[in-house]
Design a protein around this ligand. Sequence first.
Ligand SMILES: NC(=O)c1ccc[n+]([C@@H]2O[C@H](COP(=O)([O-])OP(=O)(O)OC[C@H]3O[C@@H](n4cnc5c(N)ncnc54)[C@H](OP(=O)(O)O)[C@@H]3O)[C@@H](O)[C@H]2O)c1
Length: 281
Amino acid sequence: MSTMQEFNGRRVLVTGGAKGIGRETVRLFAQHGARVAMTGRDTGALQRQAEQFAREGLEVLALAGDVTSLEDCRAVIRSTVEQFGGLDVLVNNAGMSMRGMFEQTSLELFRTVVDINFTGAVSMTRLALPELLQSRGSVVFVSSLSGLRGLPGIAPYSAAKMALTGFSQALRCELSPRGVHVGILYVSFTENDNGKTIYDAEGNRIRLQRARNSSTQFDVARAVVHMVRRRRRSVIMTPLGKLAALAYTLLPGLSERLITRFAARSDLYGTAAKAANGGST
Ligand SMILES: NC(=O)c1ccc[n+]([C@@H]2O[C@H](COP(=O)([O-])OP(=O)(O)OC[C@H]3O[C@@H](n4cnc5c(N)ncnc54)[C@H](OP(=O)(O)O)[C@@H]3O)[C@@H](O)[C@H]2O)c1
């Protein structure tokens, strides 16, 4: 079914839904008739985006919440279920990347990045689970090509995204016999909002600028919606992503040498990393 109302009445929660990929995912589900809630830490951005959606004729519930706070996760799930009467789809999209060699990375920053990208998704999924079991719904994890193989210069982010793979695989075995779909999407270089920030090795926010991307935010949103529609288990985006995944499996030694050589020549090493250009997020 591919009519614009195919998600009519379905109840969707997107973490990190006021910006970037999350915003386009919220918009697309809402345009397809779903009742959608979005979360994020930036209350101003949430409010502005909810107003923008309203101007577009889309009613979206904005709920402030930090996925690294269990209390916030509980409150977000509770409010969503109170407002919608249940939950059919949870999209774990909230995430933040970083740049920095492990040697320079503070342990506080390492924990923060893992908390946002991995533990936050675990918390949201665990707390939403009774509702998802009830609705025989879907949970989707927004991962990255750096979740397919550990990459230099972004070790905490890569480790967190790879942890999502193990978690989603375990979850699928536990939940698919009970009717819950578990999907993971490996996103390639994607356009970013102006002013998007990531962390440097000490945890300062720095601007991310990238000259070239292989996907638009809408491409990723469409892939998320498609994954839920078809109950797909795992999708690697873009031909480059698929090629990289194949190379990692078939030619692991060569892949590692190429990645190491590329990283050594890029600005991932040394202080130029502060400029935060390029690289997979
Ligand atoms: N863009 C890419 O090239 C790319 C590539 C691969 C994977 N991805 C993944 O795609 C997802 C979306 O990325 P994006 O490019 O759209 O980035 P973005 O524009 O920076 O959006 C990230 C979203 O996550 C939210 N967020 C961050 N930390 C949070 C926290 N602790 N609690 C709640 N919400 C939080 C942000 O909201 P607040 O600021 O309001 O907290 C924001 O809405 C991420 O998981 C990212 O890892 C992106």
